[in-house]
Design a protein around this ligand. Structure first.
Ligand code: F0G
Length: 446
């Protein structure tokens, strides 16, 4: 089922091969340094890169830009109440701004935070409070062979081990990230959310859901969790989020906008405390660093995100892309927003110290002007995560022809894979956790 027809187009071009080769070298073999105009199919991220609907553009044009008490903020409040079930909302410029507001309010030095898997900015914001982010994924999270329905779940055994080690008073917050971006975008079941709620009650912790991709998660729940087979996406989303004390949201994902985010809660005390920090870092709490027009567009986007036709079209497009890549012979894990390739299996002759994932990312650009992102030993130094390359799919943006082009590109890379060189760092930025954004690399002849 196709849910749209096109009303406006943006021209894209594939630069000549020699140009791509030159661009890659000039970019220090780091695709974050490649100009977007020289990318043909841009799968770097699904964050803020999607197409807005005509209804969102209409809301954007009609929005008011008041510093305090704007009418578009009222519309956001009512959308958050209807779609997510929370009474209080504090906008922020994007998800990480909301993380700063919430985690800065909830955490103190020495605290420990279990999460199914911390996204990079979440990890950084927890660490920024001198607290310790601990990932508690289930065993299947990184298993490409696994057919687990909910490989994104939080492992309660792991979370309990954390609490046993440090004591419940050191664990004031438990987080569940839906879907689990860092574990191949796999979903989290409502059953797991209920268990985490009970666990948080046991240890008297605040339960936060990182709801960036809550609608995509609800689609998987409908398909895979028997209890919800006949429920609507909107009902499932509200049910799952109802267990949280607060949500932290990047509107750039399932808010269907290019900028924005928020914290939402029913707890009046938490709301008051967050508001003070929001004023300090984001802006007055009726705009929170967003333009009124983006607030208005996000209010519409949240409602669209739980429409059955939207979310089915969205997740099924990603699923189809994943199965095309799988048929081409690449080990893949497919989540709600992205397909993750196992670069270690594609380039077995490259050891992790020469960054097989980044070598594959460069090869995809060189062969087809396709941009993905490495999530392996280059992005996560000192961890033993698999060598993943993520191809994230912007919402409502690309069509089957684009995905066919990516699949053809991957097939070409597979034919010549034994000749692909590894890479080494040519510069080392000062913060190792963020090096993949800015580091320069150079090829190593192997
Ligand atoms: N939480 C999760 C699970 C995310 O995936 C992201 C962003 C954030 C928080 C932060 O939100 O970007 O609006 O500040 N993920 C993007 C990505 C950047 O490419 O996966 P933000």
């Amino acid at each position: 089922m196709v849910a749209y027809r096109t009303k406006m187009v943006e021209r894209i071009t594939l630069p000549a091969r020699e140009q791509r080769e030159r661009t890659l070298a000039e970019a220090g073999y780091n695709v974050f340094n490649v100009p977007a105009a020289e990318v043909y199919v841009d799968l770097l991220t699904d964050s803020g890169t999607g197409a807005m609907s005509d209804e969102q553009w209409a809301a954007l044009v009609r929005a008011d830009e008041a510093y305090a008490g704007s009418e578009c903020f009222d519309r956001l409040e009512s959308a958050v109440a209807d779609v997510m079930g929370f009474e209080h909302v504090i906008p922020a410029h994007q998800g990480r701004g909301a993380e700063n507001v919430l985690y800065g309010t909830l955490l103190s030095a020495g605290d420990v935070v279990p999460n199914n898997t911390h996204f990079d900015t979440t990890r950084a914001h927890v660490a920024n409070q001198d607290a310790d982010p601990v990932d508690c994924p289930v065993d299947e999270a990184y298993d490409f062979e696994s057919d687990a329905a909910f490989g994104g779940n939080l492992s309660l055994d792991r979370a309990r081990t954390v609490v046993d080690e440090v004591g419940p008073e050191q664990v004031p917050v438990v987080v569940q990230t839906i879907t689990n971006n860092s574990a191949a975008g796999q979903p989290v079941s409502v059953e797991n959310t209920r268990r985490v709620r009970a666990f948080a009650d046991e240890i008297d912790a605040t339960f936060v859901i990182d709801a960036c991709r809550f609608a995509e998660n609800a689609y998987f729940v409908k398909q895979r969790e028997d209890e919800f087979a006949d429920a609507s996406i909107a009902e499932i989303a509200r049910e799952q989020l109802s267990y949280a004390d607060a949500v932290v949201m990047s509107g750039k994902k399932d808010g269907l906008v290019n900028a924005g985010g928020f914290v939402a809660t029913d707890d009046p005390d938490l709301f008051e405390r967050c508001k003070q920090r929001a004023i300090l870092y984001e802006g007055f709490p009726t705009y929170g660093g967003m333009a009124g027009r983006d607030v208005a567009a996000m209010a519409v986007g949240l409602r669209e995100a739980v429409e059955e036709a939207y979310v089915a079209d969205r997740v099924e497009q990603v699923r189809e892309f994943g199965s095309l890549l799988g048929e081409a012979g690449v080990p893949v894990a497919t989540g709600g927003h992205a397909v993750y390739l196992d670069a270690g299996a594609v380039l077995p002759h490259l050891s992790s110290d020469v960054f097989p994932g980044q070598a594959l990312v460069c090869e995809l650009y060189r062969e087809g002007g396709v941009r993905g992102v490495e999530l392996g030993s280059f992005a996560f130094p000192e961890t033993d995560r698999p060598e993943l390359v993520r191809l994230a799919v912007p919402r409502r943006t690309y069509h089957r022809e684009h995905f066919d082009h990516v699949v053809e590109t991957v097939e070409t890379v597979l034919e010549t894979r034994s000749e692909v060189d590894g890479l080494r760092l040519a510069s080392e930025p000062s913060i190792p956790e963020l090096r993949h954004f800015t580091a320069d690399l150079e090829p190593v002849q192997t």
